[in-house]
Design a binder for this molecule. Structure first.
Ligand SMILES: Nc1ncnc2c1ncn2[C@@H]1O[C@H](COP(=O)(O)OP(=O)(O)O)[C@@H](O)[C@H]1O
Ligand SMILES: [Mg+2]
Length: 257
């Protein structure tokens, strides 16, 4: 791992990332490093490219036909877009949690074990890793006696933490979360935020949020996208209190009320 300007270990280095759709450029020359044990909030107006940005960080963007990616996303020294790199391996190490919980109609256990089954791990190993992932996701205490229950019988907030557990089970270094609480009530949001705050000690978290108050509560750093450009990035308090770009100020004022 190489160090960034502040001496932190860089886990992911986004270099001149440009994503084009047939008629337009969605992300334009975005460069940004992500250090170990950090939580970066990615904010900006609807349609500015937040989802496309996080989907570019684990090659999920390739699942959308017609998008062209330029530049590099260097994960632990290797460009994940190198043709020799297997995108399935990338997504195991750089996991994703979506806006709506993507729970499968199976048991709690099988949901958490999904990625491990794909790898073909032994059941004893799967049981151990599922427990560990559920603990880290802050869900274990609520479900440990009910692992065979249908996952769809859980509340929305529990389902979202189950999706976090599923992503954690394959031993990622990076967790991408695209507006993970926007479909949740305040109490469930609070629990997911508490989980994210614990996880940032051990992982690189990249949190897309339209909620500036949430960014203020949980992030160390804020990156602001505007019309596909990275217009500002800095420590959370600095960006919120002394934004450099007038567009950031406008966005924050509109959203923090
Ligand atoms: N596959 C695509 N083809 C064409 N345009 C797209 C595609 N995906 C996203 N866009 C456009 O790119 C812009 C950014 O989208 P998105 O990354 O979803 O933004 P955000 O998550 O910030 O709302 C939007 O204007 C959207 O319509
Ligand atoms: Mg989005």
């Amino acid at each position: 791992m190489s160090g960034d300007a502040n001496g932190h270990d860089v886990v992911v280095s986004v270099q001149h990332l440009t994503v084009r759709a047939p008629q337009r450029t969605i992300l334009d020359d975005v460069s940004l490093d992500f250090a170990a044990s950090s939580l970066t909030a990615v904010v900006g107006p609807s349609g500015c490219g937040k989802t496309t940005f996080v989907r570019s960080l684990n090659r999920m963007v390739e699942l959308t036909p017609g998008l062209e990616v330029d530049g590099a996303v260097v994960y632990l020294g290797q460009d994940i877009y190198d043709p020799r790199v297997n995108p399935v391996m990338v997504r195991r190490r750089i996991g994703m949690v979506f806006q709506r919980p993507t729970v499968f109609p199976t048991s709690i256990f099988e949901n958490a074990a999904f990625g491990l089954r794909l790898i073909g791990e032994e059941i004893s190993e799967i049981e151990r890793e599922v427990e560990e992932a559920l603990l880290r996701a802050g869900l274990w205490e609520e479900v440990k006696d009910d692992l065979d229950r249908p996952a769809l019988s859980l509340s929305g907030g529990q389902q979202q933490r189950l999706c976090i557990a599923r992503a954690l089970a394959t031993q990622p270094r990076v967790l991408l979360l695209d507006e993970p609480t926007s479909a949740l009530d305040p109490a469930a949001t609070q629990r997911v935020e508490a989980t994210m705050q614990r996880l940032k000690e051990d992982y690189v978290l990249v949190l897309v949020t339209h909620n500036v108050a949430q960014a203020a509560r949980v992030s160390d750093r804020i990156a602001v996208l505007h019309a596909g450009h990275l217009i500002e990035v800095g420590p959370t308090a600095e960006v919120l209190e002394r934004p450099r770009n007038p567009l950031t100020a406008e966005f924050i004022t509109g959203r923090f009320s």
